[in-house]
Design a protein around this ligand. Structure first.
Ligand SMILES: [Zn+2]
Length: 242
C-alpha cells in the first residue's frame, strides 16, 4: 500500500480535497491524499466526512497514523457506519470538521507561545478542541494571570507563523531547537519540519497552525497544576471574544 500524501503539512487552511480510497481495514480507510490530520505531536486527530460520488456521507470519528503501513493515514469511521459506498478505488471528497480543526490550530499555536513564555523543557502535551495542556519540566511556581497577560500580548502583536523544512544536519547543529523531552522529531526522512513564530519561537513541529498569532484570538490560562516535584501543568481555554 502506498503512503498518504499529507496535504495538511503544507497548507493547514485546506479543509477539503478529492481523494481515492486505497484500502479499508480495522484501522480505517486509507486515502491516497488527505487534509485530515492524524493524532500526533499532542494534537488530536481530525474528524469530518467522506462523501462518495452517489452522495453517501461517511462520518469520520478520528484520524490515526496506520500502525501496519508506515506513511499511511487511517480515517476511522464512526461506529456502525455503512461502508458499502466506500470500497477501495472509490473517488471521495474528504471534508474536515472545520470548526473543530480551527480550535486545534488556535490552541496549537497558543501552546508554542506558552513555550516562549516558559523557558523550560516540555514533557507532555495535549491539544483538543476544548482545551490544551502542556507539562513543563520545572519546579518553580507559575503565575496564571501573568501567563494569560503574556499570551494576550503575543496575540495582539500579530506575529506571522510559518513552517519550513530543515535538514537533520541543521537540526543536529542546533540542539536547542528541540524543546520537547518526550517527543523527538521523526528521524530518518532527511528533513524535519520546523514551525516559526516570527521573533518569538522556533521548534520542530508537524502540527497545524494559524497563519498569524492574531488569529489565535482570546486564550486564557484556566489552571496551573503541580503534577509532581518536577512537573508544572498549564491548561489553556478560549477566553470570551474581544
Ligand atoms: Zn507543535
Amino acid at each position: 500500500m502506498s503512503a498518504t500524501e499529507e496535504l495538511f503539512r503544507e497548507d493547514a487552511t485546506l479543509l477539503a480535497c478529492e481523494a481515492t480510497v486505497l484500502s479499508l481495514d480495522e484501522e480505517g480507510l486509507v486515502l491516497d491524499r488527505t487534509v485530515f490530520y492524524p493524532l500526533g505531536g499532542g494534537q488530536a486527530g481530525d474528524t469530518g466526512w467522506l462523501v462518495a460520488p452517489d452522495g453517501s456521507r461517511l462520518a469520520i470519528a478520528d484520524t490515526r497514523k496506520h500502525k501496519g503501513h508506515p506513511g499511511a493515514i487511517g480515517h476511522v469511521p464512526a461506529a456502525g457506519a455503512d461502508l458499502s459506498a466506500f470500497a477501495p478505488g472509490t473517488r471521495v471528497s474528504a471534508q474536515v470538521d472545520a470548526e473543530r480543526r480551527r480550535a486545534h490550530m488556535r490552541f496549537h499555536t497558543a501552546t508554542h507561545l506558552l513555550c516562549a513564555l516558559i523557558p523550560h523543557p516540555v514533557d507532555g502535551c495535549s491539544i483538543t478542541a476544548g482545551y490544551a495542556r502542556l507539562d513543563f519540566h520545572m519546579s518553580e511556581p507559575l503565575d496564571k494571570e501573568a501567563l494569560t497577560a503574556g499570551l494576550a500580548r503575543l496575540v495582539a502583536e500579530a506575529h506571522p507563523v510559518r513552517h519550513r523544512w530543515i535538514s537533520e544536519a541543521e537540526l543536529d547543529a542546533n540542539p536547542g531547537l528541540v524543546r520537547s523531552m518526550s517527543v523527538q522529531p521523526p528521524r530518518g526522512l532527511g528533513r524535519v519540519r520546523v514551525l516559526e513564530i516570527e521573533a518569538v519561537d522556533l521548534q520542530p513541529c508537524g502540527g497545524t497552525h494559524v497563519a498569524n498569532t492574531a488569529d489565535i484570538g482570546a486564550v486564557v490560562v484556566t489552571k496551573i497544576e503541580k503534577k509532581s516535584a518536577m512537573t508544572r501543568r498549564v491548561v489553556l481555554g478560549f477566553g470570551p471574544a474581544a
